[in-house]
Design a protein around this ligand. Sequence first.
Ligand SMILES: [Zn+2]
Length: 267
Amino acid sequence: MTPFVSVLMLLLAVSRAQVTPVPDGGEEQASGSGEGPEETQTEDISVGILTSNKKSPKFLFEGDIQAPKTRNAMRCWYNSCLWRKGTDGKVSIAYKVSHQFTPEEVQAISNALKDIESKTCIRFVPRQNEYDYISVENKAGCYSYLGKTGGRQELSLQRYGCLYKGIIQHEFLHSLGFKHEQTRSDRDKYVRINWANMDQSMAYNFHKADTNNLNTPYDYSSIMHYGRTAFSRYGWETITPLSSANIGQRRHASYWDIRRINLLYRC
Ligand SMILES: [Zn+2]
């Protein structure tokens, strides 16, 4: 591991208080309408993302977070780089979708974002000439930068594998500054990480982060929570909830995912 990578991993952090965990399910109040047939599949979110990312040439933290391009952007890794709120109280985030996507695919992306917009003060607006914007690309895999990096920032949603509402929302939540639920500093009270069941070269993906959990409970139902076999060896379980909760849902942002957006951005 290079010193640069070590430093980055140290910086993978923002602090969290802890409260009562949220079980899976029962979060339908956060769900949007118009769930397509793809929302009923049972594959978990980390299987979807990590399988898609196997062929990615990028170095991705925790499977789908791009390392910052500049040292300046590294501060985002421990002090989340937020998008700015306008005088209208809305946080407008410019984005541009690659011409490689079909109108139906563009619609799927737009629908997933509308679901977030309808419950928060975030507004995803088609880019005109904004300097900072998210460029949605059909690259190899599903991945994003963490928070606003400044300038053009790539967010990949590979056509085959990433265009599910939950995965789209997951990657956009990274771009809003959110990390993975299973790397929260208090996660050991809620899940057991089975280190022996993963290739040791993958262990860094489970290092705890000093994340800003905004006084919200550990949320097994978060769209940012990986499933039981993330980075597994031979399909063995790497993340075991310390309760009967299900993890790794990829249907839509949970109630607490939405609450956290509203708290972080003071909507
Ligand atoms: Zn992720």
